[in-house]
Design a protein around this ligand. Sequence first.
Ligand code: BG6
Length: 486
Amino acid sequence: MYKTSYPKGFPKGFLWGGATAANQVEGAWNVDGKGLSTAEVVKKASERHQMSMSDVTEASLKEAIADPSDKLYPKRRGVDFYHHYKEDIALFAEMGFKIYRFSIAWSRIFPNGDDKEPNEAGLEFYDKVLDELEHYGIKPLITLSHYEMPIALTEKYNGWYGRETIAAFNHFTEVLFKRYKGRVPYWLTFNEINTGTWGFHETGAIDKDLPEKEQLQIRYQALHHQFVASAIATKQLHQIDPEAKIGSMLARMQTYPKTPKPADVRAAQLEDDKNLFFTDVQARGVYPEYMNRYFAENGIEIKMGQDDEKIIAENPVDFISFSYYMTNVTAYGEKGDGLGNMSVGGRNPYLKESDWGWQIDPVGLRITLNEMWDRYRKPLFVVENGLGALDKLESDGHIHDGYRIDYLRQHIEQMKEAVKDGVDLMGYTMWGPIDLVSFSTSEMSKRYGFIYVDQDDEGKGSLKRYRKDSFYWYKKVIANNGEDLA
Ligand code: BG6
């Protein structure tokens, strides 16, 4: 609608906060009836830039299941949020958080994935987390599945490749929606759902050693099952708790053409479509036409259940969320070098990079926000963004992380520009407000937090929490609703 004015900054009630995932913070992997999860069989990467993702094989899985210790498996330790949640939430409150995004570990509630009854002790833990958040007036945003699921489902159904996993997941979601009715205003279904196209184990819980040739088919079939499960969860929530809202979650990878050559521009457009495909299905409720050709040319044939398309069409998400860390570059007929950046895209010579080789592109966030708003016209939520860096705890207990402040300031500035451009943005939950175990490398030394946790890659340390310089900076940003970012 035409207006002579435009927003001058973040809207009142903008949801400032931070985001974590159960498997990266909680620890307490074998207490109170919890089952083993897919995250807890992944070892630390052997070198800094290397990813431990998808290193899991049938043999390593067997070895991990038989191993009763947390020594080799950092996600069994997390940062012991399970026993420190009061202290950690108090620190979030001190920064003025309006919202805290966290995930519920499926393996805490249904240790075997498809148990008849939920594990009451697991639910009680999250009851207490919610109590604590309510005490400080912090709204919860819960991810239903964040790179973690009961390992038993891998063994029984080959994870999301098996259609049976849909029913197991939707039993889990129904239990949560009923239990937390009226207490949780925002939910997300699958974290970074698109990573299922490159990580088998972490995202799909698919672990049988599979022939190379069949891999694309298997990945997209598993993803289809996740689309159906996500639509069913959306339907359940709308019936059980009509006030609550549910969103999709994408690892957004904006792709730029390497040159203005039309063929390169088209190659970038195709890459972008392949990234947005997931949100297209979850927000628009249909498989987009452009994927038909991709599927046919790659021998992918999705087996649909009788009502799948109807369920997906009738239950689009209420809002769209995404993580934003980097952009990619592509050229026609060229494969990216894939270094550092998580996807296969190439490097951009105009951008700097993090200690882990992830290229830093604040303006890309504005571009992405504008594009996504234009495409979907649904509220957007940046639910992850942050800098993994090597921090130093000084002898006086300070951590001077000016580089993190710079990174966040530049991204928030661009977010503000997008809001001025007219984008409907609900909030910003930066990734890892407290140091946690890295998803891709399982290192502790890749730190994102405003809060430093004294623990090293081997799990040694006091677990004591320290406020970094960025803690005080973010507190100020929240207090003035992002007006002053200095
Ligand atoms: C996202 C994930 O991919 O990026 C998080 O949703 C993850 O779980 C974050 O931690 C940062 O990645 P990493 O590999 O640096 O921990």
